[in-house]
Design a protein. Structure first.
Length: 111
């Protein structure tokens, strides 16, 4: 009632403030680490920031978003990443798989 006919006009839904927004200092630290180590992703950078004693380390997904926002992860690199592939076949016993870890003894020596 106080705004009159202006109350019926569309308004921005954008928040006036974002209290959980990543600080510029944290973004700079993320960018600096990525520049120094171009192969590191969000999880590794998050771990390194924690190891360096940063108080509030953002989640790896936020760090990855920062890297995308600053153009440090190319769309081609994201597309080139191989997705996990299931070992599924048309019928049972069509594929046999063995997983082992470490050394094991044979008659001649250790492998």
């Amino acid at each position: 009632a106080q705004e009159g006919s202006a109350a019926y006009m569309p308004r921005s839904r954008r928040p006036k403030e974002s209290p959980t927004r990543t600080s510029p200092e944290v973004e700079k630290a993320v960018i600096d680490l990525r520049t120094t180590h171009p192969a590191w992703g969000g999880r590794k950078i998050a771990r390194r920031l924690a190891d360096l004693g940063m108080d509030k380390v953002p989640p790896a997904s936020t760090i990855t978003a920062i890297l995308h926002r600053h153009g440090l992860i190319s769309p081609q690199a994201s597309l080139a990443a191989q997705h996990w592939q299931r070992f599924e076949h048309e019928r049972p016993n069509a594929l046999w798989q063995i997983d082992f870890k470490g050394d094991f003894a044979t008659e001649q020596a250790r492998c």
